[in-house]
Design a protein around this ligand. Sequence first.
Ligand code: NAD
Length: 377
Amino acid sequence: MELKDHSISSAHLNEDNLSMSQQPNIQNPVLNLDEVFQYAQSLKFGELHFKMDAKTGLFAIAAIHSTKLGPAIGGCRCIPYQTTQAAIIDAVRLAHMMSYKAAICGLPHGGAKSVLIRPAEIKDRKAYFESFGSFVHELNGRYVTAMDSGTDVADMDIISNVTPYVTCTTASGGGGDPSPYTATGVRRGIEAAVKFKLGRDDLKGIHVAIQGAGHVGYHLAKELHERGAILTVADIDSLHSEKCQREFNAKIVNSDEIYRVSCDVFAPCALGAILNSATIPLINAPIVAGSANNQLKDLVADDQRLFERGILYAPDFLINAGGLIQAASAYDHGSLDKAVDQIQHLYDAALNIFERAKAENKPTNHIALVIAEERLS
Ligand code: NAD
């Protein structure tokens, strides 16, 4: 069954009173649909669109948080989910943070995200992503899609067959894989944190423990190694960690151990919600700075926990914005040099947040959210 009118479930939502600290647990959501929509409402959405296409196995959710600052941009994630609610919540959480990410970087874009609930098997990837592309096209440019977990540049190329509202393609000026740019921004964030917390201007001998050596983690390891940092990595895929061991002399530890590594910087580059009441007490580093989206399981309580432990947290949605800056620039036909320059300046933006947080005696993510909200409103 192809639903011609994908907007059957579109919801135009208003403000309500759920606080940001009441984020649902996306790993094990026990929410009914009313609560899911209430959550979206609390984050001031926006639009939610759905498309189901039995022919290709597509079940897509497009969450558009805001188009106030421009067309909403955000990756297309294609992974399995335990429940439909979990997929919607993931789309909503991620789209919300994309608005903040675009706003804090001063980009002329709003935030969005799409989630494709990956079926057991995608029989025809071309048909699957063309079906998704036509869904994106029907949103008339209010949503611009991009690469994310479970999708790659080849998928973006397929989408570009049916809609111009896509970036990260291999076409000339299409942007390609944003991961190396994300890694550069994270490295700049780490440099700012090292300067602020440790008073150091370089990374020589700085020990960084990287959780997840995938697209971003690998490039981050490379940049850090080139600057003389010492690396420890953990990845559930041993091929990824072994590559870092071979190329950058990284020490490998298992996934449970990575939190406890005694080091200068813990860099989460794998999963969201990994900074929480169970993991924060284990961290043995004065700085947390990595690429993963939505690292704080609870935006308020876990930010506070890190603050109380004296751990400097580099807000994820700021320092992992390099890929967005580059992908948005490609979509807007901007200059790559300018985008790269802006990514380098994530150092100053991070330093400003650390200084303001110190002056106001507040956690860093709180300050970053306030700055983004000021721009959004
Ligand atoms: P990826 O899928 O290429 O890499 C993630 C890596 O983490 C994989 O190698 C995976 O095996 C590993 N991993 C998964 N669970 C793990 C665990 N429990 N312990 C250790 N390793 C584990 O993804 P990516 O593109 O490198 O993105 C990494 C993170 O950065 C994600 O949270 C993503 O949303 C975020 N991010 C990525 C970009 C980008 O440009 N790719 C931009 C902004 C944010």
